[in-house]
Each structure stands twice: as structure tokens, then as C-alpha cells.
Write a protein that binds this ligand. Sequence first.
Ligand code: NDP
Length: 284
Amino acid sequence: MELNFKQELTAVFGHPVAENPTQAMVEAAYRYHNLAWRYLTVEVLPEDLGAAVAGARAMGWQGFNLTIPHKVAVMPFLDSIGESAQKIGAVNCVVARDGGLVGENTDGRGFLESLREVVDPAGLDVMILGSGGAARAVAVELALAGAGALTIVNRTESSGRALVEDLRKVGATASFRPWDETISVPESTQVLVNATSIGLFPDVKGCPPVDFAALAPHTVVADVIPNPPSTPFLRHAAARGCRTIDGLGMLINQGRLGIRYWTGVDPDAAVMRSALETIFSQEG
Ligand code: NDP
């Protein structure tokens, strides 16, 4: 029998990174699909990012994810950038391909896969709360998927307006609305997305100030917050009769896209969801 003790390596680079649960989700998929691969959680300081990428390159790693604060800073260290990552302006997944390192962005596409399980966004009017990294990825992918009018609502006007400008550059119909004390969602809105960090553990009672009493039940409501998966935002929307989509689906789908890029295997989503749910249920 031929012996092979070499494992293929993948990772997430971040700072701070210790609480990032992606390893549990990805390694559950590797085990389930009998892949002799590992996924490491690696603390990388901003000033060491170039050296970390060079190290991964020298050791022949198959790829790695980037999380805060590396998603934009990593771009100069790569050989090429995929189309949607270029348009989003950030990379969250690096893939070793044809002898080089290619930067991709799977956050927005992960969100789209979750949304499409409920509704096809083509032609639909969407309101997005937030204009940070997650909002940017979600909004650009929605624009590329042919969504109708996109409304960006953000506390800091300058970054909200900058996102609107970038969306117009990819051909979207986009506009900015200020972050009011109470955000009223027009009845014409078909999809409402919380892409802020409000509601993320430990801020589990946090909720964007939407006027839920006036929210139309036909609006599909999605949250990017993966932990906890059930947020006050989604619970208020469900109480109005809206269909809801949690942020765990986005996290799992972006992970699946990464595993597909690296290994060529389409991993089982249920195995990955179960690994994350076990972790999040232990946390409260
Ligand atoms: P950023 O820091 O880039 O952006 C945060 C956004 O939230 C900004 O628009 C910010 O507004 C807004 N915000 C934060 N606090 C408040 C507040 N109190 N009132 C009003 N607006 C507020 O973070 P990311 O975009 O990278 O991440 C956002 C969330 O998305 C995180 O919770 C993260 O966990 C989640 N995420 C989920 C993923 C998934 O797979 N499910 C993938 C990636 C991210 P302002 O511009 O005014 O500061």
C-alpha cells in the first residue's frame, strides 16, 4: 500500500481570529467527504500579512480565507483577482490555481445562494441596511444578479454614498437613504437585508430600528448575522408574516463555495450547518 502522510492545507487569516468558527464547519465537511485536508485558524497581524501569504505560497497551501482586517489589504499580494472580488473591492477567499494565487469573494455569492432558496432577486427592489464589507459584497452580487432598484441605508452617509456610486458603475439602479431614528420600509420593497453588525453576539438584543409595524408581509427579510442565527430583526419580521433568511445560510454557502474552489468537491451543507449549530447552541 502506498503511504501518504501529507495533508493539503487551507486556513483563515484574521486578527483577532480565535472566535472564528469556520474551522469547525469546514473540517466537518472534509471529514464527511474523506478528504485528507486541514483548515487552520491563523492569527496574522496586519504588518505580517505579506509574509503570511508568502509562507502559504512557499508551503503549497491550497488556499485560505481572509477575515477582518485583511480582506482589502491582501489584494496586492495575490497574482490575480476574480471578477466579482474586483467589483466588490475585497477578497475573502484565495485559491491556488495554475501556479498562482487567485483572490475571490464568496460572501455575496453565499448570500445569493441562500436568498435564491426563497426567491430569485432578478428584477426585485431591495433595501440594504449597512454599507460595510458584508453589505458591499451582498449589494454588488445582487446588482450582478439583475436585482431591480437597490436602496442603501447607512448611519455614515459618506460610505453609504460611496457604495451607491460603485453600484451605479456596475449598471445598478441605486440610491442612498439616511439612517433615520425609525427606518420605514416602502411597501414596494421586496427584499430587506440587515447587513450591519447589529445583533451579532454578544449584542444579541440589538436590532436595526425598522418600523416593523408598517412592514409589508410580502417583503422577504434576510439577516447576515450568523451568530446567533435567530436575531430580533428576523423575529420581528416573522411576527409580521414575512419569510425570513438567517445569516447561518450565508456563512455555510460561502464556506461551500470555498471548499468547491479548493477541493473540487461540492460539500454537504447539512453537515456544515450541524457543526455550526452545535457551537452556537453551546455559546448562550
Ligand atoms: P463592517 O464593520 O465593514 O460594517 C459594519 C456596518 O454596520 C456598517 O455599515 C456600520 O455603519 C453598521 N453599523 C454597525 N453598528 C451600527 C449601529 N449601532 N447603528 C447603525 N449602523 C451600525 O462589518 P462587515 O460588513 O464586515 O460585517 C457586518 C456583519 O456581517 C458582521 O456582523 C459579520 O458577522 C457579518 N458577516 C456575515 C457573513 C456571513 O457569512 N453570514 C459574512 C461576512 C460578514 P457605519 O458605516 O455607520 O459604521
